[in-house]
Design a protein around this ligand. Structure first.
Ligand code: NAD
Length: 468
């Protein structure tokens, strides 16, 4: 069993109280590690260290900060197997996907923000003088468990590259990979206090961070309800806030679409990471006229998703993160049946005696007012919603409190026009890929602000009008 401490001011240090959080392997229910259950005093120490390091870190030339990030990308690359096995065992992701879905992002982001840091124009001349971008000072990150490494690195590498020092509170469900990240940062030789890690519960460490006067900006990724609570607390000291929250994203199939490609994308998006993906396409909108054909394709596709042991190379879908998540997802599947949606794959899981497994589940004949079409299930459950006209499809796609992501399949020009009308922070047309240079974030209750690309970097810089 791995046991970690807090990482504050470049040193591994005990929590203020002798309380611990045990980390469970969701495939075996075995306790695989423990981390301190930090408190407000630990947050104070971490913020003091970050504050003390802020001035000298911000004063470094951009190329010097870039060098630290490049070195860090090398250390993560060197330790990638350790990251992969840790993430697989604390999250349940099949080991064969741990690098592509989780670890590769951290390496890419370190390199990307190293380049951004070096090439960004921090000063722009204007007729009155200049617009200058300056780091905030101390930035905190509060992150979820579903992409436990990448959600931390996406924000914090940008924040550090921009010249801020940081305090990270990872999720209590999967904190171990962030402890290895702290080791990697130590190995890469970052100055003390630039990166600080405080593990603990949301209501304790998270709240202490949100309320702390010594933190200038807070970037939160998690549920919409958590984001609202944290946001309210953070505003008490008028922190700059970025919120990356939940989603209920549509994948819209138009007439003329490549149905096989659309079905493959819908299943991959809804089932990968056991459906625990904020931007998953969990509502598939299909023309009524193509229902039989698409349902047959979906049934055949779902059979390819073998659920089981994350260490088995055959496995496509591992367990859910916890018993709480298992009961929640089971409840949604029961609710779908009770609301008369029609099961075409999967169904209610029997029990979780041998791990928190739920087979990929597809409901058809879903209407957009059913609970399974409105709420974020966060499990491998796809809701298929037939529509009669494209106007109706657009109304359904946008009839949600969320607005994180979306996809459209159809004739390229028509699909692109449709994509422009979807109220979401990112929409992919006919399976086109994205990249770290594209902004990521949500409309409506999916969030405030953006990560990734220039937008995600600028989000960690204050804007000064310097007139002279
Ligand atoms: P969560 O909101 O329960 O927790 C997220 C983090 O916030 C954790 O570190 C938690 O300890 C902390 N936290 C929770 N409530 C808090 C509070 N009241 N005060 C302070 N801190 C608090 O979310 P989760 O279950 O860890 O993650 C799943 C959610 O995250 C899903 O809704 C998913 O859609 C969302 N998510 C969004 C994105 C995105 O980029 N938009 C990415 C990944 C996950």
């Amino acid at each position: 069993m791995k046991e970690y401490q807090l990482f504050i001011d470049g040193k591994w240090t005990a929590g203020a109280e002798d309380r611990w959080i045990e980390v469970e392997n969701p495939a075996t229910k075995e306790i695989i590690g423990k981390v301190p259950r930090g408190n407000a005093e630990d947050v104070d120490r971490a913020v003091a260290a970050a504050r003390a390091a802020a001035e000298s870190w911000a004063a470094k030339a951009p190329h010097e900060r870039s060098e630290f990030l490049r070195k860090l990308s090398e250390v993560i690359e060197k330790r990638k197997d350790e990251f992969c096995t840790t993430i697989s065992s604390e999250l349940g992701i099949p080991l064969k996907y741990a690098f592509d879905y989780h670890v590769s992002g951290a390496i890419r982001e370190a390199k990307y923000f190293a380049d951004m840091c070096e090439n960004f124009e921090y000063e722009q001349k204007t007729d009155c003088g200049m617009i200058r971008r300056e780091p905030f000072g101390v930035v905190a990150g509060i992150t979820p468990w579903n992409y436990p490494l990448d959600q931390a690195t996406f924000k914090l590498f940008a924040a550090m590259a921009a010249g801020n020092t940081v305090v990270l509170k990872p999720s209590q469900n999967a904190p171990l990979c962030c402890c290895i990240l702290a080791e990697a940062i130590e190995e890469a030789g970052f100055p003390n206090g630039v990166f600080n890690l405080v593990t603990g519960a949301g209501g304790e460490v998270g709240n202490a961070i949100a309320l702390h006067e010594g933190i200038d900006a807070l970037s939160f990724t998690g549920s919409t309800s958590g984001g609202i609570e944290v946001g309210k607390l953070a505003l008490s000291t008028v922190k700059k806030i970025t919120l990356e929250l939940g989603g209920k994203s549509p994948l819209v199939v138009l007439e003329g679409a490549d149905l096989e490609a659309a079905v493959a994308d819908a299943c991959s998006s809804a089932f990968m990471n056991t459906g625990q993906t904020c931007c998953a396409y969990t509502r598939m909108l299909i023309p009524e006229s193509k229902k039989d054909e698409i349902e047959a394709l979906l049934k055949a596709e779902a059979e390819k998703y073998i659920t089981g042991d994350p260490l088995d190379p055959e496995t496509e879908v591992g367990p859910l993160i916890s018993e709480k998540a298992f009961n929640k997802v089971k409840g949604y599947i029961e609710k779908g049946i009770a609301e008369n949606a029609r099961l075409i794959a999967g169904g209610v899981p029997e029990n979780c005696d041998k791990g928190y497994y739920v087979n990929p589940t597809i409901f058809s004949d879903v209407s957009n007012d059913m609970t399974i079409a409105r709420e974020e299930i966060f499990g491998p459950v796809l809701a298929v919603i037939p529509y009669k006209t494209e106007e109706e499809a657009l109304a359904i796609a946008n009839d949600t409190n969320y607005g994180l992501y979306g996809a459209v399949y159809g004739e390229p020009a028509a699909a692109l026009e449709f994509a422009k009308k979807i109220k979401a922070g990112g929409v992919h047309v006919n399976g086109a890929g994205g990249g770290v240079d594209m902004p990521f974030g949500g409309y409506k209750q999916s969030g405030i602000g953006r990560e990734g690309g220039t937008f995600g970097f600028e989000d960690f810089l204050e804007i000064k009008a310097l007139c002279y």
